[in-house]
Design a protein around this ligand. Sequence first.
Ligand SMILES: NC(=O)c1ccc[n+]([C@@H]2O[C@H](COP(=O)([O-])OP(=O)(O)OC[C@H]3O[C@@H](n4cnc5c(N)ncnc54)[C@H](OP(=O)(O)O)[C@@H]3O)[C@@H](O)[C@H]2O)c1
Length: 281
Amino acid sequence: MSAAGPIAVTGATGYVGSRVARRLADAGVPQRLLVRDAARAPQLDGAEVVTIPDLAAEDAVRDALRGASTLFLVPAHEAPDRVDGHAATIRAAVAAGVGRIVYLSFVGAREDATFTLVRDHWATEELVRRAGLAWTFVRMNLYTDFLTAMAGQDGVLRGPAGHGRFTPVVRDDVAAACAAVLTGSGHDGRAYDIVGPERLTMDDVAATIARVTGRSVVFQDETDEEARASRAHYGAPEWELRAWISTYVAIRDGSLDLASPDFATLVGRPATSLAEHLAAD
Ligand SMILES: NC(=O)c1ccc[n+]([C@@H]2O[C@H](COP(=O)([O-])OP(=O)(O)OC[C@H]3O[C@@H](n4cnc5c(N)ncnc54)[C@H](OP(=O)(O)O)[C@@H]3O)[C@@H](O)[C@H]2O)c1
C-alpha cells in the first residue's frame, strides 16, 4: 500500500460520495474519484477522476485503485447481485495493495436483518473483514431526507411500521461522519452507528412533517398483506417489493431503533433532527 497515496472514493457522482469528496477537498486531502461517468464527477481541487465501468468490473477497479492508500466504498444501487459487485471491488482493492477499506454500511448489519437490504451490508462487511486489510464500517440508518417522499400524493404515509421507533439520519450527516473517519486516525477495526438524534414513530414523522411544512400528512399503519397490495401497482420485482415492505417491518420490530453517541463523537456536534432538516430544506 501507499500510505501517502490518495483516498479512492466510489459513488462520487451521488449524494453521500460527492459530499464526502467535497469535505476531503476542503481538508486538502488528495483523492481519486472512481466514477462511471466522468462528466458527472464533481470538480474538486486535489481530486483526480478515473472512470470505471462498474464496481463489478474487477480488473478496471484494480487498475483504478493502484497507489491508493484507502478505499471509501459507497454501496452500489440496490440490486439482487449488488454483493457480487462489492466482492469484485474488495478483491480489486486487495490486488491493488490498498491498505484500508472504509465501507458505508447500515445499522444492525446481520445475516438475518429484518430490512432485507441490510443483509447485503452484512455480507459486504464479512467480505471486508476477511480481506485482511484495515477496515472501518460507518453504519447509516434510514435517511431522514427520504421520509417526506414516502408519503403519497394523498399525504398518507402508509406501511406496516406500527408504533415502532427508529432513528433516521440526515444524508449530509452521514457524509460528515464518513469524512471524519477518512481524515482521522484510530478508527481501524471499528464500526460506528451513525443515527439521528430522535427515536421517532411513523406517527411522529407524519406529525413533524405536517407541523414544519404545513402539508397535511398522516401515518396509516398497514398489515404486511395490505402493504403488498397497496404497492402492487408499481409492478416492482419481488426482491424490491420485499425490501420496501421490510423497511417498515424493521421499524415495527425495533431493528432500526438505535441510539448512539458515535456521530457527535466523530463530528463534534449533535446530529440533525427531522424538524431541523425540513426547516433547512
Ligand atoms: N440509508 C438509506 O435510507 C438509503 C437509501 C437509499 C440508498 N441507500 C444506499 O446508500 C448508498 C449511498 O447513498 P446516496 O444517497 O449517496 O446514493 P446516490 O445518490 O444514489 O449515489 C449512489 C452512487 O453510487 C454509484 N453507484 C451505484 N451503483 C454502482 C455500481 N454498480 N457501480 C459503480 N458505482 C455505482 C452511483 O453512480 P452513478 O451516478 O453512475 O449511478 C452514485 O455515484 C446508495 O448507493 C444505496 O446503496 C441508503
